[in-house]
Write a protein that binds this ligand. Structure first.
Ligand SMILES: Nc1ncnc2c1ncn2[C@@H]1O[C@H](COP(=O)(O)OP(=O)(O)OP(=O)(O)O)[C@@H](O)[C@H]1O
Ligand SMILES: [Mg+2]
Length: 233
C-alpha cells in the first residue's frame, strides 16, 4: 500500500492553477524524486502535500487518511516532515536548540537526538554553536536533522542539495540514504536530477503542473526523452 497517494491535485496561489491534476504515489520505505524544469510546480506540490496550500480538487491520502485541506500543524502531527529550501532553521538558536524545537511534539527525545547525532556527527560537535555560524552544508544537515526529530514517517525535502559544492552534494545524498535506512520514506525535489534519480527507487518528471514521465530511477536515467529534455544530454 502507498504511504502517500496524491490523486489529481489542482492547486495554486492566485486564481491561476499551478498544478493541473498531478498524481503521484509513494510506497512505504521508498525514496522518490520529483524532477522537472524551473516553474514546473515541484515546490508547489510539496507545499500542497504539507498543507501550506489547500488543493482545489483531488485527494491526498497519507497512510490511508485524507489530509487534503488539513492544517500543516495537523499533518506534521500525523507524521509528515518538511524541509523547505530556505528559512529552514532558526539562526539565532544553537544547533541543539534547533533540534529541540524539532521535537516540540515529544516529551522524550533522547533516542532520536542520538540517532540524529549519529547520522550527522557535525551537529553533535557543534551542538552549542549558533546556527548563524554554520556553513551552508551544515545548515542543510541541521534542517534535515531538525525535521527528523518528530520521527516522521514521510519526509519531504525541497532541493536538499541546492547551492552546495559537488562534494557536499554527495555528502547530503549519502545522508538522505542514511535517513531512509532508518525506515523513513523520502519524497524529494531536486535540480541535481541525475544524482537524485540514481539514489531513488522511483521518480516523476513534472512539467507545467502536469505529470510527464514516471518510472524507476534507473529506468528514467536511461530514457532517451528524459535524458534529452530534462537531464541535459
Ligand atoms: N508564492 C507564490 N505566489 C504566486 N505564484 C507563485 C508563488 N510561488 C510560486 N509561484 C508560481 O508557481 C509556479 C510554480 O512554482 P514552483 O515554485 O512550484 O516551481 P518549481 O518547479 O519548484 O521551480 P524551481 O525549480 O525553480 O524551484 C511558478 O510559475 C511560480 O511563479
Ligand atoms: Mg522549487
Amino acid at each position: 500500500m502507498s504511504i502517500l497517494q496524491v490523486e489529481g491535485v489542482v492547486s495554486g496561489y492566485t486564481d491561476i492553477d499551478i498544478l493541473n491534476g498531478v498524481s503521484i504515489h509513494i510506497g512505504k520505505g521508498e525514496i522518490v524524486s520529483i524532477i522537472g524544469p524551473n516553474g514546473a510546480g515541484k515546490s508547489t506540490l510539496l507545499k500542497t502535500i504539507i498543507g501550506m496550500l489547500k488543493p482545489r480538487s483531488g485527494s491526498i491520502l497519507f497512510d490511508g487518511r485524507d489530509i487534503a485541506g488539513m492544517t500543516t500543524h495537523n499533518i506534521v502531527a500525523q507524521g509528515m516532515g518538511f524541509v523547505p529550501q530556505e528559512k529552514n532553521t532558526f539562526p539565532s538558536l544553537t544547533v541543539m536548540e534547533n533540534l529541540e524545537m524539532g521535537a516540540f511534539l515529544r516529551h522524550e527525545f533522547t533516542d532520536i537526538l542520538n540517532e540524529v547525532y549519529h547520522i550527522f556527527p557535525v551537529l553533535k560537535e557543534k551542538k552549542n554553536h549558533r546556527a548563524t555560524t554554520l556553513s551552508g552544508g551544515e545548515i542543510k544537515m541541521l534542517a534535515m536533522g531538525r525535521a527528523m526529530m518528530p520521527e516522521p514517517q514521510v519526509l519531504l525535502l525541497d532541493e536538499p542539495t541546492a547551492g552546495l559544492s559537488p562534494k557536499l552534494r554527495e555528502v547530503v545524498f549519502e545522508k538522505i540514504m542514511d535517513i531512509n535506512g532508518t525506515g523513513t520514506t523520502i519524497l524529494m525535489v531536486e535540480q541535481n536530477a541525475k544524482k537524485a534519480l540514481s539514489i531513488s527507487h522511483r521518480g516523476y518528471v513534472l512539467e507545467m503542473g502536469e505529470n510527464r514521465f514516471e518510472g524507476e530511477g534507473s529506468t528514467l536515467l536511461e530514457d532517451e526523452n528524459v535524458l534529452k529534455l530534462y537531464l541535459g544530454e
